[in-house]
Ligand binder design. Structure first.
Ligand code: CTP
Ligand code: MG
Length: 225
């Protein structure tokens, strides 16, 4: 059975601002979505790439990924969760997908080693996610400082997140329609699925705010000498 990468790129990128949704903007010589497609295609463990885009964005996707061949696309939904669900439904119809890696287009710098680790993690678990330990002091508080919260056992969760395709499909179906979710692993956990934590990477930091683009350009866009 196939291992397929699903890239969610149907968001509006409201926090990032700009003339076009952030997944179509260029950093380090290529659009964010183009970087993601390239990196999955370059990995020998990934058989196919599917991109969820908003309705009417087919031309934007073609411009952003070209001149490489266009990946298959599906129409996303009003929330990230719905965009993922639409892509998973398309894969279910295909019938030959064993594993799926679900990834934010807003995380363009995807190291090969993270994909390796995720695929290895899937061997014994229904899911595997990259995560980094929390380094800052954590505290609760509103206008004034409340109590400090221990960092122990707390993680910053990234994407791609790898799953057995049937397990994550069931998790999406079981999730209440009116409840939001910021990632997919929490849905699998909610129905008792097992999710391995593998080493995340600071390269996978999500581009969310305007300043993230300048920082990413400075870090990844310079001459490679
Ligand atoms: N996403 C999606 N469909 C949605 C909402 C988000 O496919 N309805 C995707 C985004 O395109 C992005 C990823 O989910 O690649 C992570 O979401 P986020 O960083 O929040 O992106 P946006 O929702 O586009 O940005 P914002 O929340 O600032 O509007
Ligand atoms: Mg969002």
């Amino acid at each position: 059975k196939k291992t397929v990468a699903v890239i969610v790129a149907a968001g509006k990128g409201e926090r990032a601002g700009g003339d076009v949704p952030k997944q179509f903007r260029t950093v380090a010589g290529r659009s964010l979505i183009g970087h993601c497609v390239d990196r999955f295609r370059a990995h020998p463990g990934i058989d196919d790439v599917v991109v969820a885009i908003a309705e009417g964005q087919e031309n934007a996707l073609a411009r952003a990924v070209g001149p490489a061949p266009l990946p298959r696309s599906v129409i996303g939904g009003a929330s990230r969760r719905e965009s993922v669900a639409n892509a998973l439904c398309a894969l279910e119809t295909d019938g030959d997908v064993g594993a799926v890696l679900i990834h934010d287009a807003a995380r363009p710098f995807l190291p090969e080693t993270v994909i390796d680790d995720l695929l290895a993690g899937l061997g014994a678990y229904e899911g595997a996610i990259p995560a980094l330990p929390v380094v800052d002091t954590l505290a609760r508080g509103y206008d004034t400082l409340g109590e400090t919260v221990s960092r122990e056992g707390l993680w910053r969760v990234q994407t791609p997140q790898a799953f057995r395709c049937d397990a994550i499909l069931s998790a999406h179906r079981a999730w209440p329609a009116d409840r939001e979710a910021t990632d997919d692993a929490q849905m699998l956990r909610a129905m008792g699925g097992s999710v391995a934590i593998v080493k995340g990477d600071t390269m996978l930091e999500k581009l969310t705010h305007p300043a993230d683009f300048a920082l990413a350009e400075a870090r990844f866009g310079g001459p490679s000498m």
